[in-house]
Structure formats: structure tokens, C-alpha cells
Design a protein. Structure first.
Length: 55
């Protein structure tokens, strides 16, 4: 399965969680978000969903 950044603004129940990430990871995710004209959060959610589907 190819990794794609998905739109996450669907009306589903959501909760907040705090993640502690290294500055290097944050910088890379911000670059990916900027390249894809989306948010940091959207990239992280897309990555997590992709990894969970690949099990």
C-alpha cells in the first residue's frame, strides 16, 4: 500500500493526545506538511493510519 496524506476533517469522534517528538522529527514532518499544503497534524494522523493498516 502506498502512503498518502489523507484529509482528516471528517466528522468523527476525536480526542487530544500529547506527543513528545525530537526536533529532527518535527522539522521533517513540517517539511512534508508544507510540500503537501496541509497541516502538521494531518501528516501525523495519515502516518499513524498508514502504519496501523500495514500490520
Amino acid at each position: 500500500m502506498e502512503f498518502k496524506i489523507e484529509k482528516t476533517r471528517k466528522k468523527v469522534e476525536c480526542s487530544y493526545k500529547t506527543l513528545y517528538l525530537s526536533d529532527a522529527i518535527i522539522h521533517k514532518i513540517e517539511e512534508i506538511a508544507q510540500e503537501n499544503d496541509t497541516s502538521f497534524n494531518n501528516v501525523v494522523v495519515s502516518m499513524i493510519k498508514y502504519c496501523l493498516e500495514e500490520k
